[in-house]
Design a protein around this ligand. Structure first.
Ligand code: AMP
Ligand code: MG
Length: 464
């Protein structure tokens, strides 16, 4: 058995989490397994145990819901918590949290029902696979439960559960909670627990808390640089949705940008465009500064300030590297940022699809100059002439960094509608494409095209 119950976070005690009994769904129709991920992460005994837990025929040894706070759309919320989430243990050898979303009411449910609906579970399942395959650190799901239990949102929907894994479920909001409620001793205990569990190499560092903060800032900057270079919009970058290891998680109304629009907002509810594509980098920094504020008692202000300043440097250099890779470039040139920005401007003015535009660079390198603007293509060709590696290597480099497939909300919607009728074949197809974004499956050509007019860059509501 390679699952460990309960999760070690429980040792921090009742000020940090509540013990909650898992509530299985009524009228379970099926359990959908992430076969490839299960194969690489769980032994058969553990798979059976987890399935039995989800079916309600076995109880987990323990379930804990965590308390945290957060800034939601810029507003401080003094107490939040896992309102429908339950930590039931870990995968021991991989050190991955096992967390059920939609597990029932908890002391942090507020007015919520503790449940999750089919569409949001499928969306989170698919995007975890997509991000993982794009080499972006992310939570990933092992299983989904589909049931007939009615769950009330704008309409009556069906209850589902997601068994997800993540290296951590500690959010910026955890620190906010203990700082804002002035629980200093607990704040230190949480810091020490995080360092011991995730950054043991820092434990003897005299400035271990500052070094810990620095790690979080860096990872957040890298994560958002990865988002920008793939056109990913998170939609709800509240501090309670930011995890301390820079993994993308708590997916809601996310969207992979289709037609390039720097002001794109994927969350219909975000009327102020706070979390637009172009704002994401700045919001990442804003969130880190909220975290810094919670640590003012612990870390010298000038040191915090210094690490916050590193955010932009880390972000810019990762972003530039990502875009260089997408352009098929191995070496550095001081004019690269301009070449990249000009390409993005062209995409914006001409309403081009982000993913296919980058994919076309490969054809341009191979000699097709009819795509995109002639002047830019000439600059691109001149830049490539400066590279010392072979053209073939650069084309391969380009291919390896420009996915052919991204999850478009239009296709996800179709998959959800079919799954709600009990047909999971479309889900299986989309899942295999999401898992292999650098390949193109010839029999599924339509999935690689931009969505039809009216469905392109489809914004979604927050309800889940
Ligand atoms: P989210 O937008 O999913 O990140 O959720 C924000 C907060 O609301 C978290 O504390 C969630 O646990 C809580 N929450 C969201 N949906 C529900 C629900 N249906 N029942 C209980 N709590 C919920
Ligand atoms: Mg959340």
């Amino acid at each position: 058995m390679n699952i460990k119950e309960p999760h070690p976070f429980e040792s921090l005690g009742e000020k940090f989490s509540s013990v909650v009994e898992f509530q299985e769904l009524k009228g379970i129709q099926s359990i959908y397994l992430n076969k490839s991920f299960i194969k690489e992460s769980l032994d058969p005994v553990s798979v059976t145990r987890l399935e039995n837990i989800l079916r309600g025929s076995e109880q987990p040894d323990q379930g804990i819901s965590m308390v945290y706070a957060g800034h939601q759309f810029g507003q401080q919320v003094p107490q939040l918590g896992d309102g429908r989430g339950l930590m039931i243990g870990m995968i021991k050898d991989l050190k991955l949290d096992l967390h059920i979303k939609g597990a029932g009411k908890t002391p942090y449910s507020r007015f919520g029902d503790g449940r999750a609906v089919t569409r949001s579970v499928i969306r989170e399942y698919l995007v975890g696979e997509a991000m993982h395959a794009l080499n972006i650190p992310t939570s990933r799901a092992l299983m989904m439960v589909f049931s007939n239990e009615p769950v009330f949102r704008e309409t009556t929907e069906k209850g589902s559960q997601l068994l997800r894994t993540s290296k951590t479920h500690i959010r910026f909001g955890h620190f906010e909670y203990f700082a804002f409620t002035n629980q200093k001793e607990e704040l230190y205990r949480l810091l020490d627990w995080c360092i011991e569990n995730y950054f043991s190499e820092l434990s003897d560092d005299k400035e271990k808390y500052a070094a810990f903060f620095r790690e979080i800032v860096q990872r957040t900057a890298w994560m958002i640089a990865d988002w920008q270079s793939i056109g990913f919009c998170h939609g709800v970058m509240n501090t309670d949705n930011m995890n301390i290891l820079g993994e993308t998680f708590d997916y809601g109304p996310y969207g992979f940008m289709e037609t390039y629009n720097s002001k794109h907002v994927c969350n219909h509810t975000d009327t102020q465009a706070r979390y637009s594509y172009q704002n994401q980098p700045l919001i990442g920094l804003w969130n880190c500064s909220v975290l810094a504020k919670t640590l003012e008692e612990v870390i010298d202000g000038a040191i915090l300030e210094g690490h916050l300043k590193e955010y932009e440097i880390e972000f810019q250099s990762k972003l530039l590297q990502n875009f260089r890779n997408k352009l098929g470039l191995f070496e550095e040139d001081k004019n690269d940022p301009f070449l990249i920005q000009e390409l993005l401007n062209l995409m914006e003015t001409n309403h081009l699809d982000f993913t296919t535009s980058f994919q076309n660079l490969e054809s341009i390198l191979a000699g097709d100059h009819s795509i995109i603007d002639k002047e830019w293509v000439n600059k691109f060709a001149a830049r490539h002439d400066k590279e010392s590696t072979s053209l073939e290597d650069r084309i391969q480099h380009c291919k390896a960094h420009n996915p052919k497939f991204i999850l478009r909300n239009y296709h996800i919607q179709n998959v959800i509608e079919a799954a709600e009728q009990g047909d999971f074949t479309k889900l299986e197809s989309l899942e295999s494409m999401a898992k292999n974004p650098f390949e193109q499956f010839e029999n599924l050509k339509e999935y690689y095209q931009p969505s039809p007019p009216g469905f392109n860059n489809l914004p979604l509501s927050c309800s889940s």
